[in-house]
Write a protein that binds this ligand. Sequence first.
Ligand code: ATP
Ligand code: MG
Length: 283
Amino acid sequence: MIRLAIQAKGRLNEESTEILTESGLTFEKSKRKLLTRCEDFPLEILYLRDDDIPGAVEMGVADIGIVGLNEVVEKAADVEIIHKLGFGKCRLSLAIPKSETYEGVASFNGKRVATSYPVILKDFFYSKGVSAQIHKIAGSVEVAPSVGMADAIFDIVSTGGTLITNGLKEVEKVFLSEAVLIVNKEIDNEKRTLVNQLISRFEAVERSKGMKYLLMNIPLSMVDDAAILIPGMRSPTILPLAQPGWCSMHVVVNENQLWPKLESLKAIGAEGILVLSLDKMMP
Ligand code: ATP
Ligand code: MG
């Protein structure tokens, strides 16, 4: 049995439960119960505030956790970062009032900077030889400059919309983050096996993202041309059709630019093209 900590509510909650569900795990998603057991995998799910996840995994209260890399680094948690999950992507950036001209990192010398991430910011300033006052505040960081609490902020940015709304501009991108799977460093071999099993399920789900399964009937003479039209295609499966000179071609493709690819395939004689969704891909 392993225990996994995920965010109880917030930006990572939905995608964390989604990857578990897509990995074939069935569990109660009721937010009232803070500890729930999976029905079909030896796994318990513990719902926590994201700030508490790195510490819980470090202490072994949970064996593994899903949390933003920003929280892991900020809490300086002694845990193993075992897998990047590809969601919850954001960055930590320095921003100043948009009316000011930015003259490089040195301009933060002597300034007051408000942030919920003092550890990461302190490291950054240290690496740049900047000496600034760091004010730790828990939330509403973006309003700090307009109410006179700080000269600049250091906060999470994804699209930059919140900064603009608050009259700020991003001037330094300091830290890139995404959700990661963290593991307690002292788990035994039995738990390690379960963790690895879980990771290979996650990978199967991740691999299928953005991929489609394509089937079509095509003249045998056109198979090579079709392969050129679908870049990145790994060796297609070719099955004979009753009609001489024709085959059925099956291939996994990236859904990027799917319509132009379908139109080009049609133009070289493909018929009866089917596009199917993919759930999982195991190597
Ligand atoms: P909690 O109540 O659990 O403490 P919180 O308010 O601290 O939640 P959220 O706003 O839910 O945190 O964000 C959780 C994590 O999601 C962040 O630490 C970051 O890794 C990621 N994240 C935050 N903002 C964004 C965003 N705009 N886009 C993508 N990911 C984000
Ligand atoms: Mg939090």
